[in-house]
Design a protein around this ligand. Structure first.
Ligand code: ASC
Length: 150
């Protein structure tokens, strides 16, 4: 009887650790999906504010652009931890998991591009901001084309 309890408890512990590895800090796959979608929502909001300036729809304010570029750069480091094994769903195509190396490479490319945008935004050189914004937007689109459900 005691041995059975011990085995049950051990099994529960192993299962708990296994689930913990699969979902990292997330209790359920839905939590990971909500997390990564929230990150992209905040990122898109700041990126869009820079876009309005670049397109001449909003006045250029160096501090605002720099702040939004810093938000985008920081947020760009976060969603990847929420695409772990067993977190399929949301707007992510199954290729995220079946072709994970390609997805990782696309994510790395985006992070480099938004880091460049952040650097450009610290200057007042609107031409370089515009160029870096375009390059960053292309990495967003590239990943959406390949990995996001329409
Ligand atoms: C945005 C936004 C994206 C990208 C992408 C660029 O402002 O929310 O996902 O730009 O549309 O093509």
């Amino acid at each position: 009887m005691k041995l059975q309890k011990l085995i049950l408890a051990s099994t529960a512990t192993v299962l708990t650790i296994g689930a913990g590895l699969a979902f990292a800090q997330f209790q359920k796959p839905e939590d990971a999906i909500k997390y990564r979608q929230s990150v992209f929502t905040v990122m898109a909001n700041s990126f869009g504010k820079i876009g309005a300036v670049v397109k001449g729809e909003a006045p250029y304010n160096k501090d605002e652009v720099a702040k939004n570029a810093a938000v985008v750069a920081m947020m760009s480091t976060l969603p990847w931890q929420a695409f772990g094994p067993g977190t399929e769903g949301g707007k992510a195509q199954s290729d995220v998991w079946s072709d994970n190396a390609k997805f990782k490479a696309a994510g790395d490319k985006m992070q480099l591009a938004v880091a460049d945008l952040n650097k450009a935004a610290q200057s007042s050189d609107q031409e370089s901001i515009k160029k870096a914004f375009g390059a960053a937007g292309a990495t967003c689109k590239g990943c959406h084309d390949d990995f996001k459900k329409k």
